[in-house]
Design a binder for this molecule. Structure first.
Ligand code: SIN
Ligand code: FE2
Length: 217
């Protein structure tokens, strides 16, 4: 692990390089900004309710509930994992990505990445988790994934480019931002457990994760 300051944009947020291309920005968002983000998420979820994704082959339900904002949203059902412009149950277009999230993307990615097109909203109740996986449903694997944690802490596991390779685990806290890019854009990662009651940001125990992505080239 290495502590470095950001080489390009000149902003002062501390970053910890967990591996080449995998940068953790602890407490990127202060409490007030976290509250604003939660309000924005509530507003989005009112328009685009959380849905229950299922595993493509087995039809088994994820323990995580999801929604999206952006021109494209990630969905999972019997027919597969994909991005689509409309909510799977209401069929409405996803609400737009709020300016505040666009700004985070712009701050933490290079110009070549283009604008964020999708923001997946994951809601973890205290018993939810997410198995080790790669984010590889995007046509564009050049642009990084920018991941924001809100609410209760979680134990996050991150490895390399093979499922069986070595992994490290770390605690993600409310306000932390993790960027997966460069040579480790396809690193395996997952959420092993939520630590309920470690944050009072949300009105009930649980965790929200927001992942911003560029989908097309
Ligand atoms: C994900 O990999 O989609 C979610 C990661 C997280 O919840 O931190
Ligand atoms: Fe992921």
């Amino acid at each position: 692990m290495m502590n470095v300051s950001h080489p390009q944009n000149g902003f002062t947020n501390t970053l910890i390089e967990l591996a080449p291309g995998i940068d953790l920005y602890p407490q990127f968002f202060e409490l007030q900004a976290q509250k604003t983000l939660v309000d924005l998420v509530r507003d989005i979820v009112r328009q685009a309710p959380l849905f229950q994704p299922t595993m493509p082959k087995t039809g088994k339900a994820f323990s995580v509930k999801m929604s999206n904002c952006g021109s494209l949203g990630w969905v999972a059902d019997k027919t597969g994992y994909r991005y689509q412009a409309n909510h799977p149950t209401t069929a409405k277009p996803w609400p737009p990505i709020p300016q505040m999230l666009d700004d985070v993307w712009t701050k933490l990615t290079s110009n070549e990445a283009g604008k964020a097109q999708a923001c997946l909203i994951n809601y973890y109740d205290p018993s939810a988790k997410m198995g080790l996986h790669q984010d590889r449903d995007e046509q564009n694997l050049q642009a990084p994934v920018v991941s924001i944690s809100l609410g209760d802490d979680c134990r996050f596991r991150i490895g390399g480019l093979t499922r069986s390779g070595p992994t490290q685990s770390l605690t993600l806290h409310s306000g932390d931002v993790l960027v997966l890019g460069g040579e480790n854009r396809l690193a395996f990662h997952g959420v092993e457990r939520i630590y309920p009651g470690t944050s009072t940001l949300l009105s009930a125990p649980g965790r929200i994760n927001l992942t911003l992505r560029r989908v097309t080239g």
